[in-house]
Design a binder for this molecule. Structure first.
Ligand code: URA
Length: 255
């Protein structure tokens, strides 16, 4: 039988509760005769992810005083559907919508899925993805899935990993904008020139402008090198530059 250590269970529980909260759940009531009262509870024996102890119907959903007009990530994914708005749809295996915490304080925006992402359906899971994870987890001391949300300016793989074309970016941008509006993080990081240019609506010379603050709809936006660029030009100077940029982001998020 598979066993879990306490830290893993707590991390999974936090992640699951964060997920529920993102769908509007505000509390999970316990039955009054529950055996899980404070006196009898043996935290080592309770499996926090055993949903059968709390049936879904027992959960209460938040009723907002005023209906929000901002769609949720789930709404946005539904609207995207089996997208054929641009030609990238004909060559893709999977739509790579985004992954991470829908309530993250930090969002990374990349360029577009590569081969690995297209196959697995998640952003930044290939070589550049491993570098990005390292930047987030080792460099920033954050947890990739719990503390960040990651997406791209186009959600389908450009053939041969070419840059996405203007019309492909224009077709996909409304969904990126809605994702950022839904999450409204404390900071956004644009990874590389295409992401920076898309979010700022102008051609950004990334080597000149990386490390500088901008805004996207009032949200602080940091520009930095794409992790694939970093891997290609793996100099001390470039690695330091990205870490400087990420330290600025951490500082901004702490207020
Ligand atoms: N590069 C990107 O820009 N995005 C991905 O998802 C993967 C690699």
């Amino acid at each position: 039988m598979q066993t879990f250590d306490r830290a893993t269970l707590l991390r999974d529980l936090k992640s699951y509760l964060t997920f529920l909260r993102s769908y509007g759940y505000t509390d999970i009531p316990l039955e009054s005769n529950s055996s899980l009262n404070a006196d009898s509870r043996n935290t080592d024996e309770v499996h926090p992810l055993n949903e059968s102890t709390q049936p879904q119907s027992a959960m209460t959903k938040q009723t907002p005083a005023k209906k929000s007009t901002v769609p949720t990530l789930e709404n946005i994914r539904t609207e995207l559907g089996d997208c054929t708005r641009c030609k990238l749809s004909s060559g893709r295996k999977t739509i790579v919508f985004g992954s991470g915490n829908p309530r993250a304080d930090l969002v990374f925006v990349g360029e577009g899925p590569g081969k690995d992402e297209d196959e697995q359906g998640f952003p930044f899971v290939g070589r550049a993805g491993k570098k990005l994870t390292e930047i987030i987890e080792k460099g920033m001391n954050l947890h990739r899935e719990q503390d960040t949300y990651i997406c791209n300016i186009v959600k389908c793989r450009p053939p041969g990993n070419r840059d996405p074309k203007e019309e492909e970016i224009s077709a996909c941008k409304p969904f990126l904008v809605k994702q950022l509006q839904a999450i409204r993080p404390l900071a956004i990081v644009a990874l590389g020139k295409p992401a920076a240019s898309t979010l700022l609506g102008r051609s950004v010379p990334i080597t000149k402008e990386r490390g500088t603050w901008h805004e996207f709809e009032g949200i602080p936006l940091m520009l930095t090198f794409h992790p694939a660029y970093l891997l290609r030009f793996y100099t001390l100077e470039n690695r330091r530059a990205v870490m400087d940029d990420m330290n600025k982001v951490l500082k901004k998020m702490k207020g």
